[in-house]
Design a protein around this ligand. Structure first.
Ligand SMILES: Cc1cc2nc3c(=O)[nH]c(=O)nc-3n(C[C@H](O)[C@H](O)[C@H](O)COP(=O)(O)OP(=O)(O)OC[C@H]3O[C@@H](n4cnc5c(N)ncnc54)[C@H](O)[C@@H]3O)c2cc1C
Length: 297
């Protein structure tokens, strides 16, 4: 079995910042990510402008900066999908596509997974439904039309990214107006390619060879919306419960910890849920790494 002093799960902002801090403190970490590269969710962002002292840029550029930061510290991301973290006789056992790793300490920074719509047609095999804008844009040619479902920050952000690449975007939301920061709401309102359908509830989904169809209830009655793709942004939840062995019981997953009796530390959106921000993830990474290194040395 492979042995590592510290295993970091996830190479988003929290995992990258934890890896750099471990390296600076003299412990070379094993950094695992299912994507095999750094950046995580932030690679989707339309414009990142809320980091004091950092020149604003878009998500792909920020993800590239994280990759460069790792390289400066001689760190690399190992592509692996982690399935479970459990107790070992000493330390912890990390199990996944890379096999078994016995770890002195684990920093869990796997972020969040998206919530889906509980609606006929959406749960089967779909090729036109996406949960992140970069997956939609990776999928093939730039779409001419997209329905974005959701009324929060991510939905607004995704709509702006899609409009910026020439798509005509319809944002479908149950609420009467977007629930996002003023900067995003104003940007959406000022973008002619974005139409907001407020007080609108999706009912059924179907897809054909050329388009996706969403039947919705609007204040004026039933309507049918069509587009080349659908992007669902109705919320995200921590991936931590999916990864932890049951014997961690009901331990809280919202603190950097450590868990009682286990050298396990949680950082970033995995801890904050869908309300996380980049700066919080970066700070968490540093804090978790500092504690993890102190635990094993
Ligand atoms: C559209 C959008 C725009 C945003 N814009 C901003 C902004 O302008 N400013 C701001 O401050 N914040 C913004 N955010 C929030 C920011 O992206 C997150 O707070 C931040 O990315 C959280 O970092 P993280 O490392 O905790 O998690 P993530 O970025 O989600 O990274 C988690 C990583 O873990 C990996 N992973 C997950 N499960 C496994 C597994 N089982 N095995 C191996 N690897 C795994 C994933 O591949 C991923 O790389 C935005 C978010 C979105 C969706």
């Amino acid at each position: 079995m492979r042995h590592e002093r510290i295993v970091i799960i996830g190479a988003g902002p929290a995992g990258v910042s934890a890896a750099i801090q471990c390296q600076r403190l003299g412990v070379s970490p094993c950094l695992l990510d299912r994507d095999g590269q750094a950046g995580g969710l932030i690679g989707n962002a339309w414009r990142i402008e809320n980091l004091a002292g950092v020149t604003p840029c878009d998500g792909p550029a920020m993800a590239g900066r994280f990759q460069e930061s790792l390289a400066r510290f001689n760190l690399a991301v190992e592509r692996a999908v982690v399935e479970r973290v459990g107790h070992a006789s000493t330390g912890l056992l990390v199990e996944g596509s890379m096999g078994l790793i016995a770890a002195g300490a684990v920093i869990l920074a796997p972020g969040t997974r998206p919530l889906s719509l509980d609606m006929p047609g959406i749960s089967g095999a779909t090729t036109r439904v996406f949960f992140e804008v970069r997956d939609l844009l990776r999928h093939g040619a730039r779409p001419n039309s997209v329905l974005v479902i959701g009324g929060g920050e991510a939905a607004c952000d995704y709509a702006l990214s899609l409009a910026a690449v020439g798509a005509s975007v319809t944002v479908v939301m149950r609420s009467g107006s977007p629930r996002a920061c003023r900067r995003l709401v104003d940007a959406v309102a000022g973008t002619p390619a974005i139409t907001v359908c407020a007080k609108t509830t999706p009912r059924t989904y179907a897809e054909g060879p050329a388009s996706a169809t969403l039947e919705v209830d609007t204040p004026e009655g039933e309507a049918c919306l069509r587009a080349e793709g659908i992007l669902i942004a109705i919320g995200r939840v921590s991936r931590v419960p999916d990864l932890l062995d049951l014997d961690f019981g009901s331990a809280r997953t919202t603190e950097i910890l450590p868990f009682p009796g286990a050298p396990l530390f949680i950082a970033g959106d995995a801890r904050h849920g869908g309300l996380g921000q980049l700066a919080m993830a970066l700070g968490d990474g540093v804090a978790a790494a500092t504690r993890a290194v102190a635990t094993i040395t």
